[in-house]
Design a protein around this ligand. Sequence first.
Ligand code: SAM
Length: 356
Amino acid sequence: MGAGSLTDWDSGLRKPKKKIVTGDARDTGLAANSADLVVTSPPYWQKRDYGHDDQIGQESTPQGYVSALMDCLHEWKRVLRPTGSVFLNVGDTYYKKSLVGIPGRIEAAAVDNGWLIRNRIIWTKDGGMPEPAKNRLANRHEYVIHLAPKQSYYYDLHEYAETYGNGANPGDVWHINPERNMSAHLAPYPQELVRRAVLLGCPPQVCNSCGSPRTRALERTRILDPNRPQARRAMELAAEAGLSDDHIRAIQATGVSDVGKATKFQSGTGRNSKTVQALAAEAKEVLGGYFREFTFAKKVTTGWTDCGHCTPSRGVVLDPFVGTGTTLNVAVSLGRDAVGVDLVPMVDQQKPLVVK
Ligand SMILES: C[S@@+](CC[C@H](N)C(=O)[O-])C[C@H]1O[C@@H](n2cnc3c(N)ncnc32)[C@H](O)[C@@H]1O
């Protein structure tokens, strides 16, 4: 597999497109291996009545609800390519004065069915609907569970960290306020939530022949975060001593342990490991403890993998509870194709719903 730019393939791509199918999330009728990511929000247990015999959410027990969602996951696994994953937005429900623990029940059942729970993201928000209870706090968060059928799912943490600017290790709490156009009875979720999930989990391009997503090739630079005092000091020391790019690369190759990845560096430059270690030792002498800063310097994209088949298509986002179509709109705006499924075509959702 080689590497190239995204534009190598862009020329052969048509505009991103949306498709909406009327159907059941448990039996979508979509082709196997036809989507790269599911981003969706099912009806929450015992909340809104969508007035359809096959709807999910009105089961009499939490067990019945979780079982219906497991049928959904089974179907989505079939529709997803092997590199796919699912971002599932769910909330909990108070029943007979107690939280039922819906998100935890979904996670436990999914793990029992062979899924990997990669994250339980907490979506926090300010404001929200007033709640009448006087002996508990108002609920101001929901969950976005990230599930994968296999370990080898596509994930672009680099793009996410660049977009949201929160360093190399962004956290699992998303603060996203509801959008002004979010009508309570249609229950759309915020575009921002979908955007984060798509950037993380849906490849911009996939090969039509073999189905492999193009993934980002990254290389470490010597650029450090100027907001960190230790990083600024490390850069000053390196500049004062005139450390070369080879010195910095030697530090990055040997790492903290002094042996670590030296072989990788060696093959990349043709230098032998003795030279690499000597360069690293020189650099460490100058930098003291600050050398560590260069082992987590900023990475840049050098290209995108290319499977060699050159039959481009866009990554595909599926929302099997598509509602008003938030997911599809965001996916298309990010250059992905999008497919939505819903029992009730969007136009019918303008009628008032029974909200419990
Ligand atoms: C919470 S809403 C989704 C809102 C959507 N995220 C948006 O931004 O508009 C849930 C949707 O699931 C649909 N639905 C309920 N049961 C379903 C089923 N078994 N299969 C497919 N869709 C279903 C409802 O018609 C409703 O549109």
